[in-house]
Design a protein. Structure first.
Length: 395
């Protein structure tokens, strides 16, 4: 990802300048067009540090701004009050810059668009819809809830892997200690007694020697593999291959599809509920998808909707999506409440992801314990077999 400085015009001919984050100039142009801005010039910025602001500060900002606007304060005064209460230095400066721009005559949506590295790609579009419909305060509150739910969903996925990770790490440490320290000291007893070490004990002894002498290679290889995958994932071809690989396994396919649809439905439903036009909401919702297979599958949805076809019909004809998607959207369309239907689907898919992860963790935890216990049992059996096989002790 890099930063690109742009100059663009809107439908009214007004000039807009700013900096946005994108993989290439082509993607930067596509992001501008999705925001109804038509680029005049785009050039890469050689050096620009990304402002790192914790998500909880951004969420709190939108909640506070919504409450102050609901209380009747104008936007500039609300921003001034919020900036004085910010503990995060970088974010405090961002809010001050917003205050100065709004006080100088800029719309809040236009000002937020200049800080997409902090507020994301959706904030300015939702705020613009709130400004147009005179419902800015409730839309800010809705957007804060959206960010909060997205953050909670991501934290749930991460936290569900912590305990199995700790369990696996502890098990590996226990095995290394047995191989490197316990088995060699046990084998030394046989050497002192001029006894031949049994075959199984000899295998474990050589394994321990190898781990002791060359064990430092494994963390390096893991580091190389981690950063190799991380950097190669930026390559579109490699990323496409990895994403297709995830679809080959039923479990990973289920988790990827349902987690991606959670993000897509929640983003699209929140945007539409806030008054953002459907086609614009679709373009922005597709941007939150991380898997290229799903993103490509949804690439024609914008064209189908523009041609007058229903969204439910599109999802019913695509086998990659769960059947529930098309069914529930059709019901929502018939009731004239598509945004609520999308948000309901997001809640359903999120529950399915949580339930599946819980089942996997329920299986993984005893599997790790059983695997570790089996290895330790083999070590103990090898030692007891060796002890019972000692004979003709020579003094």
């Amino acid at each position: 990802m890099g930063f690109f400085q742009y100059q663009a015009r809107d439908l009214a001919g007004a000039t807009h300048k700013g900096v946005l984050e994108a993989v290439s100039e082509a993607e930067a142009a596509r992001k501008l067009k999705s925001g109804r801005l038509y680029p005049v010039s785009i050039k890469a910025v050689k050096s620009r540090s990304r402002r790192k602001v914790p998500q909880e500060h951004v969420i709190r900002f939108f909640y506070d701004l919504s409450d102050l606007l609901e209380a009747g304060l104008p936007v500039d005064r609300a921003l001034a009050l919020i900036s004085t209460n910010q503990s995060h230095k970088v974010f405090r400066q961002v809010v001050k810059d917003l205050f100065e721009e709004v006080q100088g005559g800029s719309d809040l949506s236009e000002s937020l668009g200049k800080y997409r590295d902090v507020f994301g790609d959706l904030a300015d579009h939702m705020v613009r819809a709130g400004e147009a419909s005179a419902t800015l305060a409730p839309i800010l509150n809705r957007f804060a809830r959206y960010l909060e739910q997205r953050k909670a969903f991501r934290q749930t996925l991460i936290s569900s892997m912590i305990y199995p990770g700790i369990l696996l790490f502890t098990s590996l440490i226990s095995l290394v200690v047995l191989l490197v320290y316990v088995i060699p000291n046990f084998a030394q007893i046989f050497q002192d007694l001029n006894q031949e070490v049994p075959l199984l004990t000899e295998i474990l002894l050589q394994t321990g020697i190898f781990v002791e002498n060359y064990g430092w290679i494994f963390p390096i290889l893991l580091g190389i593999a981690f950063f190799g995958v991380k950097f190669s994932h930026r390559n579109p071809k490699v990323r496409g291959t990895l994403d297709r690989l995830l679809f080959r396994l039923p479990v990973t396919r289920f988790l990827v599809v349902h987690s991606e649809l959670t993000r897509f439905c929640r983003t699209l439903g929140t945007m539409m509920q806030s008054g953002v036009p459907m086609l614009k909401s679709l373009s922005l919702a597709q941007e939150v998808l991380m898997n290229t297979v799903l993103r490509n599958s949804l690439s024609t949805l914008h064209r189908e909707i523009k041609a007058g076809h229903s969204m439910s019909n599109f999802f019913r004809t695509q086998s990659i999506f769960p059947p529930r998607m098309g069914t529930m959207l059709r019901i929502a369309e018939e009731q004239g409440n598509l945004a609520s239907g999308l948000l309901g689907l997001a809640e359903y898919f999120e529950r399915e992801v949580h339930r599946t992860i819980q089942r996997l963790m329920t299986f993984l935890e005893p599997a790790v314990i059983l695997f570790t216990g089996t290895i330790i049992a083999i070590m103990v059996i090898s030692m007891f077999t060796a002890i019972f096989g000692i004979h003709d002790i020579q003094f």
